[in-house]
Design a protein around this ligand. Structure first.
Ligand code: NDP
Length: 291
């Protein structure tokens, strides 16, 4: 096993830029805690070097990689096998070097579900000897239709939400995402672009997957008002830096349960760790390192 090996192994983050990433902060302590002699490195990769970089993952000392902006889609044709959910999403954020093949996965999707479960949403169920999180009975409102929103939308629908409402500034992008989902899932999925649209009260999860709030202290809310939502609605913002966006501040003032994107970051990383190592991720060590 990896824990018995003495030779130095490596895994890393492929992206442009990568210097700002939080991943080494919690991946390296996880390898160290399990006694796996692997280093988590930052592999700054401009688009021109992507093919060569992916080829280098086939070297015997390499466990695989994480992939981030702007390469999550571009790596699809560069791996040997693609996990079905990653193929549906159309983006890969984790590559595993296993049995001389490169396998592509999307752990942003699973990471979001595990984060929501950690915040008390959904049920852990077993089917085909595998654990999965069910969100049956929930309505989800997704703000955004970019890359992160795509992973979230497929994760939410795959987890069984009753209906999904996608609200995006550019309606075309929301419609396109809805159409992609409807190729695979038979579920009510709506797309709209009017932030003042009155949404059914029985909305139980709102997820901000727009970048609104990433840079400004006070940015416009991605929805016109939160007052229309049921008091037990859970509001999740994928943004974790700043830790409290204007959306989360407003939501908390109004008494909603909220959480920021740190839990998703943690769980996508934990899922990737397990895929690389075949070991349960030391999640509490990772969490402590991240906080
Ligand atoms: P994209 O650039 O692919 O998508 C950006 C989204 O934000 C689009 O839906 C876009 O709408 C919307 N948007 C941007 N500016 C505005 C604006 N001024 N008004 C209204 N809508 C706007 O980015 P990603 O999907 O990759 O990332 C989205 C967010 O998710 C980022 O903040 C990122 O940090 C976060 N994230 C967090 C992760 C985690 O682990 N916690 C993982 C991945 C991402 P339009 O289509 O109309 O342009």
């Amino acid at each position: 096993t990896l824990m018995q090996t003495t030779k130095q192994l490596r895994v890393g983050l492929i992206g442009d830029p990568v210097a700002h990433s939080f991943s080494p902060r919690f991946q390296q302590p996880a390898f160290d805690a399990l006694g796996i002699p692997a280093r988590y490195e930052l592999w700054h990769t401009p688009a021109k070097q992507l093919v060569e970089r992916i080829r280098s993952l086939c070297e015997p000392d390499c466990l695989g990689a994480n992939v981030t902006i702007p390469h999550k889609e571009a790596v699809l044709p560069l791996v040997d096998k693609i996990d079905p959910l990653a193929a549906r999403i159309g983006a890969i954020n984790t590559i595993v070097h296993r049995d001389d093949y490169l396998h592509g996965y999307n752990t942003d999707a699973l990471g979001l579900l595990h984060a929501l479960h950690e915040h008390g949403l959904g049920e852990m169920e077993m089917s085909n000897n595998r654990q999965h999180i069910s969100l049956r009975g929930h309505t989800a409102i997704l703000l955004g239709a970019g890359g992160a929103a795509r992973a979230a939308a497929f994760a939410l629908v795959d987890a069984g939400v009753e209906q999904l409402i996608i609200l995006n500034r550019h309606l075309e992008r929301a419609r396109h995402l809805a159409a992609d989902l409807l190729r695979y899932y038979d579920r009510p999925i709506f797309s709209l672009n009017d932030p003042s649209f009155l949404i059914p009260r029985a909305s139980s999860i709102i997820i901000n997957a727009t970048s609104l709030g990433l840079h400004e202290d006070i940015s416009p809310l991605p929805v016109e008002t939160l007052a229309q939502f049921d008091p037990d609605t859970f509001i999740y913002d994928m943004i974790y830096n700043p830790s409290q966006t204007y959306l989360l501040c407003q939501a908390r003032l109004m008494g909603f349960n909220t959480a920021n994107g740190l839990s998703m970051l943690l769980h996508q990383g934990a899922q990737a760790f397990t895929l690389w190592t075949n070991q349960p991720a030391p999640i509490e060590i990772m969490r402590k390192s991240l906080m």
